[in-house]
Design a protein around this ligand. Structure first.
Ligand SMILES: Cc1cc2nc3c(=O)[nH]c(=O)nc-3n(C[C@H](O)[C@H](O)[C@H](O)COP(=O)(O)OP(=O)(O)OC[C@H]3O[C@@H](n4cnc5c(N)ncnc54)[C@H](O)[C@@H]3O)c2cc1C
Length: 478
């Protein structure tokens, strides 16, 4: 049988596709990313990178580059925008939000992926797929056919790959659209501030803020649900601003205009044979709390090493299926928390009363902390069976004798962190590193970390460790 030129083809070079390409290249997987757009996205959506994603960037040695382009903010006030202080002593070395333009994240992840050897081809839209026992044939819009062993649809909310698979995408349709854009205004800032301050019952989804260089960022509710494949016009903005504020503030010269909806949907399956889904292709929800991009790159960190092991023929049975069993419930939880936040943004009397009550409850530190841990994804605990609370959780970055823990995770390998100085990874040392360090502040004798930084084993028994190394990394080789 002829070997396909690529092990994995990824449809879509957004944040999820770029991150996945890099994760696969860490394991020498031959990766091709196909992106339908000829140029990177031009509109600058500032997104918030939350703690778990910041940790992943630190784990892969990318954080310093991102910090150069972003602004740190306190890890506070995300849940339904309810203003509360950041809880003290969050279990992380990175207790902040990083506000950063989405195109910058994509560019840095793309550079990282291509630097590691991934190929990215732009202007290439995936339009068809056909899978068999050996691989997947992928058809492009220009009629070209490509072959790979696996295909991952990272092609966003309207995913062609998901539709071609016939995977159900149940949930709620959009109830309301929001217009968002950047443009110049024709009136002084004092007049804008005075008009907005005088508004009673302004909707939550409305702002007009200076962005710098004479440009304002404008967000305003749309008139109903529209066709999202068609960008809105400046007249749409003028009409809606007028309806809310009685003036359109003389807006003109838009830099970009876009529209987004509040549909909430989750793919029924993340894997069908040799084809997988990740990021917005698998789950969509309103941007409340700023979680979508974070969820996508965390999907990629969960999937990359598992798919690489499958490609190299050393994945234990069912390893690849743990991608769905671990990540589907995480997305379900994010969908639910955005549903709750959306209700809390309503101006109806019931939700308003609920918001008032929750605002009071969040003065209790444990409540505020719990919600921040949820939105920042540091509360995730994969169900890896019975065991101590740490099992299945991610481990924060720790000081070691002469280095930091995350510095040892740049290459996406497994890691045994051993305080007992008795354990060995012999048999798996081609895939798993060992650090023996009795000084580290770890609340366990030893842990096995997966390449995504989650704890797969806790203990001090070599035989038990060997069983878990087999379970997660395959049979011993040396
Ligand atoms: C206003 C707003 C604010 C937001 N703020 C935040 C925030 O603060 N924090 C956060 O985490 N998230 C935020 N999000 C969500 C975030 O932008 C998305 O979740 C994120 O872009 C998803 O990344 P992705 O790579 O999965 O999909 P996308 O970014 O949609 O990328 C998919 C890519 O696939 C390409 N593609 C599509 N079809 C094909 C095809 N057939 N063949 C080849 N290529 C194809 C597309 O061109 C695109 O480049 C926000 C969203 C909005 C609308």
């Amino acid at each position: 049988m002829h070997t396909p030129p690529f092990d994995v083809i990824i449809a879509g070079c957004g944040p999820t596709g770029a991150m996945l390409a890099a994760e696969l290249r860490l394991h020498d997987v031959r990766v091709l990313v196909l992106e339908q757009d000829t140029e990177p996205a031009s509109f600058v959506r500032i997104v918030g990178l939350h703690i778990r994603s910041i940790e992943l960037m630190a784990m892969r040695g990318l954080l310093d580059r991102l910090l150069d382009h972003g602004r740190r903010r306190p890890a506070a006030g995300f849940f339904a925008g309810i203003p509360k202080p950041a809880p003290e002593g969050l279990d992380t070395a990175h207790p902040y939000l990083l506000g950063i333009p989405q195109p910058v994240i994509v560019r840095l992840l793309e550079d990282h992926a291509t630097g590691l050897g991934a190929q990215i081809r732009r202007g290439r839209a995936v339009t068809g797929l056909d899978q068999d026992d050996d691989g997947v044939t992928i058809e492009l819009a220009d009629g070209e056919r490509l072959r790979s062993r696996y295909l991952v649809g990272c092609d966003g909310a309207r995913s062609t790959v998901r539709k071609l698979l016939g995977v159900g995408f149940p949930g709620e349709p959009a109830r309301a659209d929001t217009l968002m854009g950047e443009m110049a205004v024709g009136v002084p800032q004092e007049e804008i501030t005075a008009t907005i301050t005088a508004l009673h019952d302004a909707p939550q989804r409305f702002w007009l803020r200076p962005f710098g260089a004479g440009i304002h960022s404008v967000v305003v509710p749309a008139d109903g649900v529209g066709d999202r494949t068609r960008p809105p016009t400046l007249d749409d903005f003028r009409r809606q601003l007028h309806a809310i504020a009685g003036t359109d503030f003389g807006v003109h010269s838009p830099r970009w205009l876009s529209r987004f909806g509040d549909a909430t949907r989750l793919a029924e399956q993340y894997r069908v044979g040799r084809v997988l889904l990740a990021g917005d292709a698998a789950h969509i929800h309103p941007p409340t709390g700023g979680q979508g991009l974070n969820l996508g790159i965390q999907d990629a960190a969960n999937l990359g090493w598992k798919l690489a092991a499958q490609v190299h023929g050393r994945a234990p049975d069912t390893l690849l299926d743990t991608y769905h069993t671990e990540r589907h419930p995480v997305a379900q939880d994010v969908l639910d928390n955005t549903r709750a936040q959306t209700e809390l943004h309503s101006t109806e009397p019931g939700p308003r009363a609920l918001r008032k009550l929750l605002t009071e409850l969040m003065d209790i530190d444990a409540v505020n902390r719990r919600l921040i841990e949820k939105i920042t994804a540091i509360d995730i605990r994969y169900d890896l069976g019975h065991g101590p609370d740490l099992l299945g959780r991610r481990l924060r970055d720790l000081d070691l004798k002469q280095s930091r823990l995350y510095d040892h995770l740049h290459h996406g390998r497994g890691l045994v962190l051993d305080r007992t100085e008795q354990l060995t990874t012999t048999g798996w040392s081609d895939r798993v590193d060992l650090i023996a360090d009795p000084t580290t502040a770890l609340d366990a004798p030893a842990v096995l970390l997966r390449p995504d930084g989650h704890i797969a084993w806790i203990g001090d028994d070599q035989h038990d460790l060997d069983n878990h190394l087999t379970r997660w990394f395959g049979t011993r080789t040396d």
